[in-house]
Design a protein around this ligand. Structure first.
Ligand code: F6P
Length: 378
């Protein structure tokens, strides 16, 4: 019998975290189940920090709020955790401490809200005996086995609004306006916002881009009297024969991604300026995509995911991830979500080895973009 459950939000924040939390808490309360929030994701599980959540108090009035009321941790791979002792850095598997904390607290299930790296750790915990249920989050929309993650729709809407605003200034000054959006290995945000905002070019990580091809499109537009162009670039896009533009490296530990991407928008703008003779400017949208109020779509999706996750817990279905497949709400095994990335702890996720969902060339969005003449850099 399920009595007590806990929620953990992990990884980069998105709009919709709180809506999922609310969905879980409300469904739990209807079934007389106590609900707790683990503070700052897996790090809170390690430090044994949690609070009780209730819709009468702290989990109320949060549907529309950005961020996460229980925080979220970045780069916290507790299976390969960076520990500094006497000036010496070591990587330790501290998952036993987390399991002990969860069992002592009496959590019958932990809901893990996060992207591929969060779900990889969730699966590893499940293998080691914790009851977990994952909920797929990330603005990048790249969690395997689901058509959509919560937070993505809001990010696309923010990017679309930015494109609308760039359009008028581009047109006024006859400029090329480049918008760099997030999307480390997957170009969903760039592709969908380019369609929504009416951009001329979208460069995504899945298609190494030909900058001369892009310049030619802009010149062709100029030849028919269109003196401005809009280019959307995913941060993970790179030129044919070239490499990713890395802004920084950090030391979050082993088994987590330690490169911070950024700068490809500036590079594309500079190259296009040289090749076309037109003025080009880059705008990097950055964390605007992750913050603030979720769209109606994300509020509903997050609520569906939260309520479904609690329903699965009541049915005793653990080690799974809530998903949307072909428009239908359901679940898959976490084992399928991690794919061949089976080794416990070694690679947490969000890396080249991760089993992530990339844009495929037969996807409707790619076909639509091509049909209406958006150049994808091929
Ligand atoms: O994973 C989501 C994401 O938005 C990526 O597109 C981006 O590379 C990353 O977060 C940046 O997040 P942070 O700087 O917080 O690590």
């Amino acid at each position: 019998m399920l009595k007590k459950v806990a929620i953990l939000a992990n990884g980069g924040d998105v709009s919709g975290f709180n809506a999922v939390i609310r969905g879980i808490v409300k469904t739990a309360e209807k079934n007389n189940i106590e609900c707790y929030g683990i503070i700052d994701g897996y790090r809170g599980l390690l430090k044994n920090e949690y609070v009780e959540l209730s819709s009468a108090e702290n989990a109320s009035g949060i549907l529309h709020k950005g961020g996460s009321i229980i925080g979220s941790s970045l780069n916290a791979n507790v299976f390969n955790y960076k520990v500094e002792e006497n000036g010496k850095v070591e990587y330790k598997d501290l998952s036993d401490i987390c399991i002990k904390n969860a069992k002592e607290a009496g959590f019958d299930c932990i809901f893990t809200l996060g992207g591929d790296s969060t779900q990889k750790s969730a699966r590893d915990f499940f293998v080691r005996g914790l009851n977990v249920i994952g909920v797929p989050k990330t603005i990048d929309n790249d969690v395997a086995c689901t058509d959509i993650t919560f937070g993505y729709n809001t990010a696309v809407s923010v990017a679309m609004e930015a494109i609308d605003r760039l359009h008028s200034t581009a047109e006024t000054h006859h400029r090329i306006m480049v918008l760099e959006v997030m999307g480390r290995y997957a170009g969903w945000i760039a592709l969908e916002s380019a369609i929504a905002g009416g951009a001329d070019i979208a460069l995504i990580p899945e298609i190494p881009y030909d900058i001369e091809g892009a310049a030619n499109i802009i010149k062709e537009r100029q030849a028919i009297g269109k003196n401005f162009s809009i280019v959307v670039v995913a941060e993970g896009a790179f030129p044919k024969g070239g490499s990713l533009t890395v802004k920084n490296t950090r030391d979050g530990g082993a088994g987590v991604i330690n490169t911070q991407l950024g700068g490809v928008g500036d590079k594309v703008a500079k190259d296009l300026e040289e090749l076309t003779g037109l003025t080009a400017r880059n705008t990097t949208l950055g964390y605007m995509q992750r913050g603030g109020t979720p769209t109606a779509y994300d509020r509903v999706l997050s609520t569906k995911y939260g309520a479904k996750a609690m329903e699965l817990a009541l049915d005793g279905k653990f080690g799974v991830l809530t998903v949307i497949q072909n428009g239908k709400l359901g679940y898959v095994q976490l084992e399928d979500v991690v794919g061949n990335n089976k080794e416990i702890g070694a690679v947490s996720g969000n890396t080249e080895e991760s089993n992530i969902r990339k844009v495929t060339m037969d996807h409707d969005l790619v076909k639509t973009a091509k049909n209406i003449g958006i150049y994808l850099g091929e």
